[in-house]
Design a protein around this ligand. Structure first.
Ligand code: FAD
Length: 317
């Protein structure tokens, strides 16, 4: 029998119901498998559910936090106050929904924020559209990738982005930000730079892709995905913990500082890739933060470089 009592509220909307989970552990929604409780949590895989959840939060006077795949987040043990919306969908459910339009020799594709990034990498390659092959094998969804300007193998979402469709929680309306306003740079955008609770929810992103040979694109996408399986650790983690400082790699510095395999509590620096930290099972955010700070301190002492987190650290201590 579960020690925890599952509590949900059911709120009717139209012919449907909004299921609101109460005191929901966020460790269930992050790839680190770490995170205290959300006061309220809604899983939304489509826009009507998202909009209704936002309306409900406004009615209840709750701050809103939107997350996607939870693969770039360290949520503290005290959890998140207000409503957390997990805005993601299965790729298969989206098979028919990619909007594709010709644009002066290229193709503009509208990607829903809920679309899994890896699925997008494979699907666009299959369609003979070049520019997102690097996304194959990456966890997370388009919403999170836009906020973080995710990228790999020399590509990044910002490089192909035309604009993003956002819901403005202050003005209660949909707005569009061009790529220039979003200002994507290395693992940073104007959305990621905003304080919380944030004003904007990513609804969709339009990307401009060039024509390519689907067989070659798919082969490249699959090679990238295989490379990940072979070179990155498996197990609960959040990818690279730190951004790479100019001219060097965070993983290289951590390894040179002798910290591969270094462990605090149930958190360990991966032996396979020193910029990945692994939750060995049941780790707390406090342990993850202690490891992060210890690694940061030791690398700074050894090389005079203060590593900056790439992951976002959110929630209450
Ligand atoms: C094994 C592993 C490997 C990885 N490798 C890479 C890599 O090679 N390159 C790379 O760039 N990243 C990598 N990552 C990190 C991560 O996968 C990406 O940054 C990913 O794009 C984050 O997406 P997400 O949906 O998980 O975002 P989340 O972690 O859920 O959220 C990230 C941020 O976006 C916000 N957010 C999410 N959705 C929305 C929305 N709809 N509206 C508004 N805000 C939103 C969240 O509040 C948060 O601020 C890796 C992670 C793992 C676990």
């Amino acid at each position: 029998m579960s020690a925890r009592t599952e509590r949900t509220l059911t709120i009717p909307f139209g012919s449907r119901e909004l299921r609101v989970r109460v005191d929901e552990p966020l460790s269930r929604y992050t790839t680190f498998r770490i995170g205290g409780p959300a006061d309220y949590l809604v899983r939304a895989s489509d826009r009507p559910t998202l909009e209704f959840a936002l309306e409900w939060a406004e009615r209840e006077g709750l701050p809103v936090t939107v997350i996607g795949g939870g693969s770039n987040l360290l949520i503290r043990d005290g959890g998140i106050r207000g409503l957390v919306i997990v805005f993601r969908a299965a790729g298969e459910a989206l098979a028919g929904v990619l909007e594709v339009a010709p644009d002066d020799g290229a193709t503009v594709v509208t990607l829903p924020a809920t679309a899994p990034l890896s699925w997008v990498g494979h699907r666009t390659s299959e369609l003979g559209l070049a520019g997102l092959e690097w996304a194959a094998g990456l966890p997370g969804v388009v919403g999170g990738a836009v906020v973080n300007n995710a990228g790999a193998h020399g590509g990044e979402i910002g490089a192909v982005l035309v604009d993003v469709e956002l819901y403005d929680l202050e003005e209660r309306r949909v707005v569009r930000w061009t790529r220039d306003v979003l200002a994507p740079r290395y693992r940073m955008t104007e959305l990621k730079a905003q304080p919380r609770p944030r004003r904007y929810v990513v609804l969709a992103a339009r990307v401009r892709l060039l024509a390519g040979d689907p067989v070659r694109l798919l082969r490249t996408a699959e090679e990238y995905a295989r490379w990940r399986r072979e070179h990155q650790p498996t197990g609960p983690c959040a990818g690279s913990v730190f951004t790479n400082p100019p001219g060097t790699y965070a993983g290289y510095l951590i390894e040179r500082a002798g910290l591969k395999g270094f462990q605090i509590g149930r958190m360990r620096v991966s032996e396979r890739h020193a910029n990945f930290f692994l939750n060995l099972g049941g780790a707390s955010a406090a342990e993850a933060l202690a490891l992060l700070e210890a690694v940061q301190r030791q690398v700074a002492e050894r090389f005079g470089i203060v590593l900056q987190p790439e992951i976002e650290i959110i929630g209450e201590p």
